[in-house]
Design a binder for this molecule. Structure first.
Ligand SMILES: *[C@@H]1O[C@H](CO)[C@@H](O)[C@H](O)[C@H]1NC(C)=O
Ligand SMILES: CC(=O)N[C@H]1CO[C@H](CO)[C@@H](O)[C@@H]1O
Ligand SMILES: [Ca+2]
Ligand SMILES: [Ca+2]
Length: 545
């Protein structure tokens, strides 16, 4: 039995009380005992480099800023930091539009800075994971420029198409009705090449053509390059749109159907995505990347490097990323159920159970679960779940079996910033208009991290930061929460400490149940008696019955 009591958790009790239910009422998901690899019990921490720490006062976070704060991560107790893209980019999509996969964005630093970061992380026994953005490059990438010119070897690097001639008007039209994520057609006419190219994201993010073996090999080179620089793996971005359906014998692609989900004809949800998402070839490509990682380890030794997969897909598709009976896949396809279930329905014991069941009941045997509360695409966790629930949600991801993933600021309970239309920079929002941009904007969750209650929250000495700060930084920040008697930060750290000190928690609470509407119960097997001092005068008491 685990019993978490007392005022330290007063805020958390509304959702999560851990008590012994006794008996067989709880669900049992027993995992077999064996030595676990580092990533199986890891706490991953997502850094959004642009907003973590600015070392040179230009209002933009950078690598030296991250390096200067690695002790903070060490002190938090996290295992590995995943950095959102740090590669050369015109920053149309803030780094997810890469113009050189083998170089560092100058405003973030240099290759030397990157090496210094890796070195310092190793000294602190922290792992660094990079973002791998395979679906597209920037239109400023050399590959795209060469492809536009039909340079030898690059002709088919991207998905090019002549389009169709409308028989009524005689005018040329895009090959299909496909829509991009950021509103509007997924096809863009290129004057120079006199063809359309596919872009499932912004116009400046042309889709790479994975039906071209040269592209497949090139992207494997990207993986090997950064593995050689000492990274501990990759978080792979946006997998659903990697492959599109094969064209027919005439080279034509099929149109998508009306989905009925919205009347807004520019919104991606207006049409189905049967031909442009979740294709079987995508699964196999991830298996191939896993092979690249495993080969690297076999040749160079060292600890395993990991593949984390970003995919908002139904379970039947997502679970295949883990691998099949004969082939290994991703170590951890991200589990977004705690985000997506609660987007459809309110936070409650029953819905938390639904989200957990949806993963654990579909996960193939012998695989490792993981729990994600947020990222830079979603409203901040404390704003979505309610500020009073952030401790409970952090407890949940730390106590469930498997790995946890924290987006920077979730440990502080950071909330969304209010960003006006004038200050809006997210391309998704900018492609809309002042009346509807708040539905699309991802800026509120991307504002600078709160280090102190001082100027610019201690993030930067600049007069202006690249995005404005959230107003609540005066109370919600590292310095204030560290000094406070009780804070989200203290609880977060205590949870990680607890996990590290208790074997049984590394395996995760294996029994869980929604008790009543607002109470969700987790039970961990065979727990010894422990008393852990969270704060002077407050204790987290754990006993066995
Ligand atoms: C596993 O995946 C590989 C690679 O995609 C495929 O060739 C193989 O048929 C699959 N095996 C099973 C048992 O599904
Ligand atoms: C959470 C995340 O990484 N989201 C990214 C997914 O990919 C698109 C395109 O690369 C980005 O715009 C998102 O920010
Ligand atoms: Ca800077
Ligand atoms: Ca694609």
């Amino acid at each position: 039995m685990i019993l978490i009591t007392k005022n330290a958790f007063a805020a958390a009790l509304s959702l999560l009380v851990l008590v012994d239910l006794g008996g067989e009422a709880c669900k049992d998901k027993t995992t077999t005992e064996r030595t676990k690899d580092w990533w199986e019990t890891a706490q991953f921490y997502q850094i959004y480099p642009r907003s973590f720490m600015d070392s040179d006062g230009d209002g933009i976070g950078d690598l030296n800023g991250i390096a200067s704060k690695l002790e903070y991560l060490k002190d938090l107790g996290v295992t590995a930091a995943w950095l959102s893209p740090i590669f050369k980019s015109p920053m149309v999509d803030f780094g997810y539009d890469i113009s050189d996969f083998f170089d560092i964005q100058p405003e973030y630093g240099t290759m030397e800075d990157f090496r210094a970061l890796i070195k310092k992380a190793k000294e602190l026994d922290l792992k660094i994971i990079l973002d791998f953005v395979p679906n597209h490059s920037s239109d400023e990438n050399e590959w795209f420029k060469k492809s536009v010119k039909r340079e030898k070897g690059y002709e088919d690097y991207y998905v090019w198409h002549d389009g169709k001639i409308n028989t009524d008007t005689g005018k040329r039209e895009p090959p299909t009705n496909w829509l991009q994520y950021f509103r509007g057609s997924a096809w863009q006419w290129n004057e120079e090449r006199q063809q359309y190219y596919l872009h499932q994201f912004a116009v400046q993010q042309p889709d790479l053509n994975y039906r071209n073996p040269d592209v497949v090999e090139q992207m494997k080179r990207v993986l090997r390059y950064w593995l050689n620089e000492g990274v501990a793996g990759f978080r792979c971005d946006a997998l659903p749109p990697l492959f599109e359906v094969l064209p027919d014998a005439e080279g034509q692609f099929p149109d998508e159907q009306l989905s009925g989900a919205t009347q807004d004809a520019e919104d991606r949800d207006y049409l189905t995505t049967a031909y442009i998402e979740n294709q079987p070839e995508t699964i196999d490509m991830v298996y191939q990347w896993r092979q690249v990682l495993d080969d690297h380890q076999r040749i160079h030794g060292g600890s395993s490097s990991v593949l984390l997969i970003e995919t908002y897909s139904p379970a039947w598709f997502t679970m295949q990323f883990y691998g099949n009976r004969s082939v290994e896949g991703a170590h951890l396809p991200f589990n977004f159920n705690l985000i997506t279930v609660m987007e459809q329905s309110p936070l409650s014991g029953a819905n938390v159970q639904k989200a957990i069941d949806l993963w654990l009941n579909n996960m193939p045997a012998g695989r490792t679960a993981n729990w994600v509360l947020g990222n830079h695409d979603k409203r901040r966790a404390a704003s979505r779940y309610g500020e009073q629930h952030i401790d409970a949600m952090n407890m949940l991801i730390m106590m469930l079996p498997g790995a946890s993933v924290t987006y920077q600021g979730e440990e502080l309970g950071m909330t969304d910033a209010q960003i006006s239309w004038v200050d809006t920079v997210d391309p998704w929002a900018c492609n809309s208009n002042p009346d509807i941009y708040e539905k699309y904007t991802r800026d509120p969750a991307r504002t600078p991290f709160h280090w102190t209650s001082g100027s610019n929250a201690g993030f930067s000495t600049a007069a202006q930061t690249w995005l404005p700060l959230a107003a609540d930084y005066v109370t919600i920040n590292v310095a204030t929460e560290s000094a406070a008697q009780r804070s989200h930060l203290h609880i977060y750290k205590a949870l990680i400490e607890l996990r590290k000190s208790l074997k049984t928690l590394q395996n995760g609470a294996t029994k869980y149940q929604a008790l009543i509407e607002d109470v969700f119960v987790l039970k961990s097997a065979s727990l010894a008696t422990h008393e852990l001092n969270l704060l002077p005068g407050e204790a987290l008491v754990m006993t066995t019955k």
